[in-house]
Design a protein around this ligand. Structure first.
Ligand SMILES: [Fe+2]
Length: 438
């Protein structure tokens, strides 16, 4: 869908390109007729193109959606040096005109939550274990994993998250992990974690003898920050994982690690998701950080998605911050690993101040403890630095998440941005007025 403005020409190219219609890409223009007779007016407009020797590739007309009468005319034409003259002529003979963005230059990415379902079908069909997985030779465990894969693959957005009846053995494994980790949280986790963890106990059934249901946790998060959980069968690509964060959807595994090694897992499992990550998704600063990194990934090149993935790894998974000169963990990979949480807080590894530009160059360490940790001042510091970093990602369009429709809006014109700014201005005005009253 396109957007038409009142008597303005919008050009979605850079300002410097406005007078240079010599790109090898076709140009799409839409304008509204101010002439009464439909057949004749269309012919007159098309004559402007032919008089300027511009070849038209496609023409459409329809009754105006914005005027009581008249036509909207869409043309796609070959690029030409004469195009500026055509636009000037059209400007004087139309009520509205807009040069559309070049659709070919906007990459494909999810625009609504339902689009994420398609990704899940394409990526999450496999649930096979690697040969070095502790459960590789355990047929019963493999069968159970297949069950979790089927449950998550049949899930569609908008449905209640599937409830799972965990076995006594699975609950015992969860209990072993839970018991060990809660020994460390008061001294090793950051204050945000320790503020929210009691709420998870109170509202979501976080107990040694109970594996919380994703549905209950998701409902809690939704009330706190608007985040929701989505079930997955295993690891997915960084691009797909980050894209879901743009919609405040966090994909979480529902299966549990093999009982033979309760304090080790070679892959994310429900202990990692629930004990490592969800507390932060209930924190407004961190939720904003997570969504921002997701929005930044939409339409970004593979190179920059990789950079965002590296930043995500050193923060969301293995981030440390300082509180009263002491190191504290906020990374979910740390907070769900008894051994590495102690190792990181003891400060034996190399520590560097968090800086997204350097962090973006890091390669991921997945088979051992991290050789180095990035230390942020606090969660707000992480969020603010990542927002600045996101601005360096080359894109020819802007991205806006509409919280009312839960859709991604692609911004390609100044009018779209001005409209959003106007809405923001109104909201700011109300808040400034409230400041005077309270
Ligand atoms: Fe994780």
């Amino acid at each position: 869908m396109y957007q038409i403005t009142n008597k303005t020409i919008e050009c979605n190219r850079k300002d410097g390109d406005k007078n240079n219609n010599t790109s090898d890409k076709n140009v799409r223009i839409i304008f509204s007729s101010i002439k009464g007779d439909e057949v004749n007016s269309l012919a007159q407009y098309l004559k402007i193109f032919s008089e300027n020797s511009i070849n038209l590739k496609h023409i459409e007309s329809r009754a105006s959606l914005n005027e009581h009468s008249g036509l909207e005319i869409f043309v796609e034409c070959e690029p030409s040096e004469n195009l500026n003259q055509v636009i000037l002529s059209l400007e004087s003979e139309t009520s509205r005109i807009r040069i559309l963005d070049n659709i070919d230059e906007i990459p494909s990415f999810p625009r609504c939550i339902q689009d994420l379902d398609q990704i899940t079908k394409e990526i999450w069909s496999s649930g096979e274990l690697e040969a070095d997985h502790p459960g590789f030779t355990d047929e019963a465990y493999r069968k159970r994993r297949k069950y979790f894969t089927d449950v998550s693959n049949s899930y569609k957005s908008g449905q209640p998250l599937p409830r799972v009846e965990y076995t006594a053995e699975e609950i015992a494994t969860w209990g072993s992990v839970f018991r060990k980790l809660i020994e460390l949280y008061s001294t090793h986790a950051c204050k945000e974690y320790n503020q929210i963890f009691p709420l998870l106990i109170e509202h979501c059934g976080f107990r040694e003898d109970n594996i919380p249901q994703l549905e209950d946790v998701s409902n809690f998060l939704k009330r706190r920050t608007g985040f929701q959980l989505g079930p997955i069968a295993g690891l997915i690509s960084v691009r797909d994982f980050l894209a879901a964060l743009a919609f405040r959807i966090f994909h979480a595994t529902q299966y549990i690690r093999h009982p033979s090694q309760p304090l080790y897992t070679p892959e994310p499992d429900i202990c990692h998701e629930l004990l490592g990550h969800v507390a932060f998704l209930a924190d407004s600063n961190f939720a904003q950080f997570a969504q921002n990194i997701g929005l930044a990934s939409l339409g970004a090149s593979d190179e920059y998605v990789e950079k965002l993935g590296a930043c995500f790894w050193v923060t969301f998974e293995f981030g440390l911050c300082t509180e009263n000169v002491k190191l504290k963990a906020y990374g979910g990979g740390l907070l769900s690993s008894f051994g590495e949480l102690q190792y990181a807080i003891e400060g034996k590894a190399e520590m560097r101040p968090f800086d997204p530009i350097n962090a973006a160059k890091e390669s991921l360490t997945i088979t051992s403890y991290q050789p180095m940790y990035y230390v942020a001042e606090n969660l707000k510091d992480v969020r603010d630095r990542m927002i600045q970093f996101s601005k360096t990602i080359p894109k020819k369009f802007g991205i806006h998440y509409n919280p009312y429709t839960q859709n991604i809006e692609v911004l390609t014109s100044k009018t779209q941005v001005q409209s959003l700014l106007e809405n923001l201005h109104q909201q700011t005005d109300v808040l400034l007025d409230t400041l005077k009253r309270v």
